[in-house]
Design a protein around this ligand. Structure first.
Ligand code: NCD
Length: 315
């Protein structure tokens, strides 16, 4: 049976299957006019979102909150846990989540440690959405990334994607690879140098699921026949002490796009970017990363409707 979103926590991309993704994407498409404010919607007027960010965020927090508000809901944000009772009064994470879940109807949690959203879900009385747990997963980002591929390429099977950069610590590529493994004839080139490659267990799992995976550190060869290039930034904030950073040697600029890539290649990035995509790429029609960021609101709105069982009641 397909994954049922009703009152479910969203913790990992492994929860999804193709029919459940199709439900999210077809609903997300219908969110555009509500997300832009053209159409007013009050379907979540009785609901409150708890937005708990224990790690920095721009897009995930804003799109999670804006999406909830566009559907008529209210939002309470914890964007700096130093001002909660956790820091000075030493309240535990578990107690904090248990208490907060008595005040709201759904909680988005971002944390710098792997597995924290799953722990939150164990202590919460309401569904928890993983907004990124350390270098673990970022399932809602993967939803919006896959949705963007569907919109930009026109399909989610039979295409070639190159993922480039810090693939070991970039959680978005971990979650996206899991989702792409569900589709037919997806070819993935993983471009990273040395220890920045995608963890072996993730590569093996994707291969077992039917993905064709090539690993290389040769940027220009790897991107040559890609339909989509997905760049990630070096996750330097996750560096261990004294680690020298060699994970930022790839840069996509207009010269590379025009001379080394397939015509019309879709260029994606979860953002924020550092130097891995030059600013001169921004004005190309196939630079999709700002559209990708906007899609975050649509996909998260669709998720709320499914979690609250209001899929058919939003007009
Ligand atoms: C990503 C994240 O936080 O993992 N950002 C995002 O949510 N769009 C990517 C990143 O920080 O590099």
């Amino acid at each position: 049976m397909s994954f049922d979103f009703l009152r479910s926590s969203i913790l990992s991309s492994e929860q999804f299957d193709v029919p459940s993704l199709e439900r999210v994407f077809s609903l997300a498409k219908r969110m555009r006019r509500i997300a832009s404010g053209e159409v007013t919607c009050k379907v979540l007027q009785d609901n409150v979102l708890g937005s708990c960010f224990f790690e920095e965020s721009t897009r995930t927090r804003w799109s999670s909150e804006a999406g909830f508000m566009r559907l008529g809901g209210q939002v309470i944000t914890m964007w700096d846990p130093r001002f909660s009772s956790m820091e000075k009064k030493k309240e535990t994470f578990e107690d904090t989540i248990r208490v907060l879940s008595g005040y709201v109807d759904v909680i988005v949690v971002r944390h710098s440690e792997i597995g924290k959203a799953t722990i939150a879900a164990q202590y919460s009385r309401v569904p928890v959405i993983n907004g990124g747990d350390g270098q673990g997963e970022h399932p809602t980002q993967a939803l919006l990334d896959a949705f963007t591929i569907q919109q930009e390429v026109g399909r989610l099977n039979d295409f070639h994607i190159a993922m480039v950069g810090d693939l070991v610590r970039g959680r978005t590529v971990h979650s996206l690879l899991k989702i792409l493994s569900l589709f037919e004839d997806v070819r993935v080139t993983l471009i990273a140098s040395g220890k920045w490659q995608m963890p072996d267990d993730m590569v093996k799992k994707a291969e077992q699921a039917g993905c064709k995976i090539y690993q290389t550190d040769d940027f220009e060869r790897g991107i040559k026949s890609a339909d989509v290039i997905y760049m990630v930034r070096p996750q330097k904030e996750r560096a261990e002490n004294g680690e020298s950073e060699m994970c930022d040697r790839y840069c996509l600029d207009v010269r590379v796009v025009e001379n080394k890539c397939k015509k019309g290649v879709v260029i994606m990035h979860p953002l924020p970017r550092n130097n891995e995509i030059a600013k001169d790429v921004d004005d190309l029609p196939n630079a999709a990363y700002f559209r990708q960021a906007e899609n975050g609101t649509l996909v998260r709105m669709a998720l709320y409707l499914l979690i609250f069982g209001k899929e058919d009641k939003f007009v």
